[in-house]
Design a binder for this molecule. Structure first.
Ligand code: GDP
Length: 140
């Protein structure tokens, strides 16, 4: 059975461009409820740890530099079938290929600076949520 929670980050390109509020509106309009949320900035070491699964990929260094370059908003979201439903809402990794109306189509500028993160599995949603939020914050 699919889980009802996912994890997101609004990335530095989107916070820097003043899109945070508009993106949160889209998330709420799509039926997600926010269970935890925080505005913060990753150090380079934080970004390396968060994206450790991508450490062998050619764009890893670029991704780490980019994700630690400015503020992000981390959040745990709840909705039925949350992981798949949220990935539908954000659209394809490359905004040039993202469907009309998706968050990446509306707000992303490139495959690297693609406005938002969305977990790709229930297991990763739980791991990623725990990266930012304590047990007490997560159980609200
Ligand atoms: P996602 O699940 O849609 O976020 O995509 P991936 O898991 O494949 O990649 C993780 C993140 O790495 C993406 O959201 C992008 O920010 C970044 N990324 C993916 N592909 C590329 C690429 O070819 N070049 C660069 N610079 N960054 C990339």
């Amino acid at each position: 059975m699919s889980g009802n929670r996912t994890f997101t980050m609004i990335k530095p390109d989107a916070t820097g461009a003043g899109h945070t509020g508009k993106i949160i509106d889209k998330i709420i309009e799509a039926g997600f409820s926010i269970k935890a949320m925080k505005w913060t900035q990753l150090s380079k070491e934080d970004a390396q740890a968060f994206y450790a699964v991508h450490s062998e990929r050619p764009f890893y260094e670029e991704l780490v530099d980019y994700m630690s370059s400015g503020p992000i908003v981390a959040a745990i979201l709840e909705k039925d079938n949350a992981v798949a439903s949220f990935r539908d809402l954000i659209g394809a990794t490359n905004p040039a290929e993202a469907a009309e109306g998706t968050i990446r189509k509306m707000f992303a500028t490139s495959i690297a600076a693609n406005a938002v993160h969305g977990s790709d599995s229930d297991e990763n949603a739980a791991i990623e949520g725990s990266f930012y939020f304590s047990e007490r914050e997560k159980t609200k």
